[in-house]
Design a protein around this ligand. Structure first.
Ligand code: MG
Ligand code: MG
Ligand code: MG
Length: 305
């Protein structure tokens, strides 16, 4: 029986590339594994797969009775609905400890680094398995994406080292230029509906019984959103009503200015203001230096709930 490897709902590049890189490694180690995904690819990830000549992982959302490895998440709110009936063999991740439970001992590779693919790179090194050139290129892109070309406060020396080594294997000299090219693809927000944009990199968190949804869009120039705010708020409101969410937040991150415009729809906006010690104006606020949802947003929200 094959084992499925997949990342979180509304998968990002790290989740998709991680499913591919970890299943390649596991297969080399003699474990039959299939890379899978829980949702559609975003334009950035599609661009990376095309560039390095890879197929998208298998789209699969039901896992009852299956053996699985999780990569890039360990929260039930980001899992398939039937995750409790799956057999989790292992987790490779760089997020906070989640609420999932297992029935048996499992393999855990969890580190506070900037990207799951950094950990997969360390696993390749640990098992002394060679990384194919094109796979190395994709893993390098995943690190550049998750660390926002090393600018995110989540980025560590381990990430920059892994990225440089992968760039060498991939034969990419100017990997920062490639990263910039990737973020320009990511910045193309004009061909998507407001709802698609809010959902492009969206995660739900359960905080004290409340569902808090947080989306993030990383662009090279925030002004692309100037004419779009109202439509984004309308889409956020839809998402808030649909699932009875307490709060829906959208982070519009400017990777050049290194900060984020935070858009807020909440049953209790004071909680959000308190979390970041700010006053909202028109339900938004500029958060200077904030680039990471994981490190600069979620922990502060958790304290309020
Ligand atoms: Mg991710
Ligand atoms: Mg990640
Ligand atoms: Mg991210």
């Amino acid at each position: 029986m094959a084992t499925y490897i997949f990342g979180h709902t509304t998968p990002d590049t790290d989740s998709i590339v991680g499913a591919i890189s970890l299943s390649y490694l596991k297969n080399q180690l003699g474990e039959e594994c299939i890379a899978a995904r829980q949702g559609e690819l975003n334009p950035e990830t599609q661009w990376i797969l095309n560039k390095f000549g890879f197929e998208a992982p298998l789209l699969k959302t039901q896992y009852a009775g299956e053996d699985v490895y999780l990569i890039d998440f360990m929260e039930s709110s980001q899992s398939p609905k039937d995750i409790a009936e799956a057999n989790i063999l292992g987790i490779v991740d760089h997020h906070k400890l989640g609420d999932l439970k297992t029935n048996a001992p499992l393999e855990m590779w969890v580190r506070p680094v900037g990207c799951s693919n950094t950990i997969v790179k360390e696993m390749f090194d640990h098992y002394d398995v060679e990384i194919p050139k094109d796979l190395a290129g994709m893993m390098m892109c995943a690190i550049l994406s998750d660390t926002v070309i090393f600018k995110s406060p989540t980025c560590t020396k381990v990430d920059t080292k892994a990225c440089k080594e992968l760039a060498e294997i991939a034969g990419v000299e100017d990997y920062k230029a490639l990263g910039m090219e990737m973020f320009i693809v990511k910045s193309d927000v004009l061909n998507a509906s407001p709802r698609e944009l809010v959902l492009r990199d969206f995660k739900d968190f359960n905080m004290g019984g409340n569902i808090i949804g947080v989306g993030q869009l990383e662009v090279v120039d925030l002004s692309v959103f100037d004419t779009m705010k109202e439509d984004l708020f309308a889409a956020m409101n839809e998402l808030k009503e649909e699932e009875g969410r307490h709060t829906v937040l959208l982070l519009l991150t400017d990777i050049m200015q290194e900060g984020s415009q935070l858009l807020v729809l909440s049953d209790d906006s004071a909680k959000i203001e308190n979390a970041f010690d700010v006053k909202l104006e028109d339900a938004q606020v500029w958060l200077k230096g904030v680039m990471s949802r994981k490190k600069q947003i979620i922990p502060f929200l958790e304290k309020q709930f």
